[in-house]
Design a protein around this ligand. Structure first.
Ligand code: ZN
Length: 470
C-alpha cells in the first residue's frame, strides 16, 4: 500500500470511534492528514525507523471535537469575555476539542461583513483551527450583498437572536429575509430563541417584587419564552422552505417542536449545550448564583432529565459548549440585577469530558453517538465535513486518544480557561483525553502542552447541501 505522503505518525493499538463505525485499528498520519485507518499492526513491517508512535492500547481514538458554539473575547454590554484565540484554543485542545466555531457579532452600527473579517484574522493565533458564524441584526439594502460575499468567502452560517432588544435582537421580517437569502446561497440561520417581550415583562415584575438578582435568574427567563419563540421561528423557516439551526435548546418541548417539524420535512436542527444537560437550577440557590447566569438559564431537574432523554432518542443534532469566559469578579459586579449581567459560562475545555462522563459512562449513550453529536454533526452542519469530525483518509489529522476509564475531580485550578472558576467544580468525571493531535502534531501529551506554537487556520466552510440531514 502506498500513501500520498510519507507516514510520520502512527496511533497504534486503540479502538477508533467514528459516528458510523468503530473497531480496533491503527491510524496512519502524514502531512497533517489521516492517510489510512488500517488493521492493527498491518503497517508495522513497512514502517521506516524513526516514525513516531502513540500507543493507544486500551484507549479510544476519537476524532477531535468540533465545538459549534464558542464565544472568544466576546463583548456584550459593558463586559468583554476574558480570553483570546490562543487561550481559548489551548483550553479546547486540553479538553479534546480541535476545532471551534466562534461568532462575529456586530455592535450597534457595525457592519456584519467587516466584523467577520476582523474576527477571522484572529484564527492564526489559535493552537487549532476555527470557523465563524456571522451575525445579522438589522435588514437594509446592503445585507444581501454582504451575505453573498460572506458565503462565497466560506462563512455560511449566520447567527440571529429573538432577544436582547436594542443589542442583537432582530425582528421577524429581518429573520425571514435572512433565512430566504441564505437558503439560496447554501447557508443557514443559527438562532437564539427566547421571546423578548415575555422576558422583559417577567423581569419588570421581578424588579417590582425585588426578585431580579442572580439567585432569581431562572425565574426571569421562563421555559415558555423559549418554546414560544422556537414555534414562531420554525413557522417562518417552514413558510420559506429554509434550513434553520436552533442553538442551545434547553427544554424538551423546544426539541420536540423541532423533531415534529423535521417529520414534516423542515430542515431544522437542535443544538443543546453541555451545561443544560448536566447542571440544574439548584445552582442559583448556592453560594455563587452569579457564576451560573447564562441564557437560557439552567432549568429544573425534570427539564434536564427530559432534555437528556432527547439526546438518547436521537433528536439532538449537536452538543456545543456556548463557552463564554467571564470571571467571578465580572459576574459579581452586577449580580443584583440579571439584566445587566454578562451571560455565559466557561466550557470549551470541559464540554467533551463532562458529556462523555454524564451521557456515555453514566447515561448509556453509545460512543459512536457521542462522536456524532460532538464531532461529526457539528462539522456537517458547519460545512466542514469530512475535513473535520471523522477519522478517515483525507481528513485533517485531528484526534484525541481518550482514556475512557480514568476518573478525575474537576478543579478550576487544573483547567486552562482564562477565568477563576468552572461550573463543574468538584464533579467526578470519568473519561479524559490523554493525548491530542492537531493537524498531525502532538499538541497535548501526558497532561502537558507539547507544541505551543500557534498554527491555527480560519476554515472556509463549504455550502450546506440542500439535502442536509443529520
Ligand atoms: Zn452563545
Amino acid at each position: 500500500m502506498s500513501y500520498p505522503q510519507p507516514i510520520d505518525l502512527v496511533v497504534r493499538g486503540g479502538t477508533v470511534v467514528n459516528a458510523d463505525w468503530q473497531g480496533a485499528a491503527d491510524v496512519l498520519i502524514g502531512g497533517g492528514k489521516v492517510l489510512g485507518v488500517v488493521e492493527p499492526g498491518a503497517y508495522r513491517s513497512a514502517q521506516p525507523p524513526g516514525t513516531t508512535e502513540i500507543d493507544a492500547s486500551g484507549r479510544l481514538v476519537l476524532p477531535g471535537g468540533v465545538d459549534p458554539h464558542c464565544h472568544v473575547g466576546f463583548t456584550s454590554g459593558d463586559f468583554t469575555s476574558l480570553d483570546d484565540y490562543l487561550q481559548a484554543t489551548t483550553a479546547a485542545v486540553f479538553g479534546g476539542t480541535t476545532t471551534i466555531v466562534d461568532f462575529a457579532i456586530p455592535r450597534p452600527g457595525e457592519n456584519p461583513a467587516d466584523v467577520a473579517a476582523a474576527q477571522r484574522a484572529k484564527a492564526e493565533q489559535g493552537l487549532c483551527d476555527s470557523a465563524l458564524h456571522a451575525c445579522v441584526v438589522e435588514w437594509d439594502d446592503t445585507v444581501p450583498e454582504q451575505l453573498r460575499s460572506l458565503t462565497a468567502d466560506g462563512i455560511v452560517t449566520v447567527k440571529m437572536f429573538t432577544t436582547y432588544r436594542g443589542e442583537t435582537m432582530a425582528d421577524e421580517k429581518t429573520i425571514l429575509n435572512v433565512m430566504t437569502t441564505l437558503r439560496d446561497l447554501g447557508g443557514m440561520v443559527v438562532i437564539h430563541c427566547e421571546a423578548d417581550h415575555i422576558i422583559a415583562d417577567t423581569q419588570e415584575r421581578g424588579e417590582a417584587a425585588g426578585t431580579i438578582g442572580a439567585c432569581h435568574h431562572a425565574d426571569t427567563r421562563p421555559e415558555l419564552a423559549e418554546n414560544a419563540s422556537v414555534a414562531e421561528i420554525l413557522a417562518i423557516a417552514e413558510s420559506v422552505a429554509a434550513p434553520v439551526y436552533f442553538v442551545h435548546q434547553s427544554t424538551p418541548e423546544a426539541v420536540d417542536l423541532v423533531a415534529r417539524a423535521r417529520g414534516r420535512g423542515v430542515r431544522a436542527f437542535t443544538e443543546t449545550v453541555a451545561h443544560h444537560l448536566t447542571l440544574d437550577d439548584t445552582a442559583y440557590a448556592g453560594p455563587h448564583p452569579e457564576r451560573f447566569v447564562c441564557c437560557p438559564p439552567l432549568r429544573d431537574a425534570g427539564t434536564v432529565a427530559g432534555l437528556r432523554s432527547r439526546v438518547l432518542m436521537g433528536q439532538v443534532a449537536t452538543i456545543g459548549s456556548d463557552h463564554c469566559c467571564y470571571d467571578t469578579a465580572q459576574k459579581e459586579s452586577v449580580s443584583h440585577d440579571v439584566r445587566a449581567m454578562p451571560n455565559g459560562l466557561p466550557g470549551v475545555e470541559t464540554r467533551m469530558p463532562v458529556v462523555f462522563s454524564e451521557l456515555v459512562v453514566k447515561g448509556g449513550l453509545p460512543a459512536g453517538r457521542f462522536v456524532e453529536v460532538m464531532c461529526a454533526n457539528p462539522a456537517r452542519l458547519n460545512g466542514l465535513y469530512p475535513r473535520k469530525g471523522v477519522i478517515a483518509p483525507g481528513s485533517d489529522a485531528d484526534l484525541a486518544v481518550w482514556d475512557p476509564a480514568v476518573t478525575r475531580t474537576v478543579r478550576s485550578a487544573n483547567l486552562h480557561m482564562a477565568t477563576d472558576y468552572t461550573p463543574y467544580e468538584g464533579m467526578q468525571i470519568t473519561g479524559w483525553p490523554e493525548t491530542v493531535v492537531v493537524g498531525g502534531r502532538l499538541v497535548v501529551a501526558a497532561g502537558r502542552l507539547t507544541a505551543p506554537e500557534p498554527l491555527g487556520r480560519h476554515l472556509r466552510s463549504g455550502p450546506l447541501s440542500r439535502s442536509l440531514v443529520c
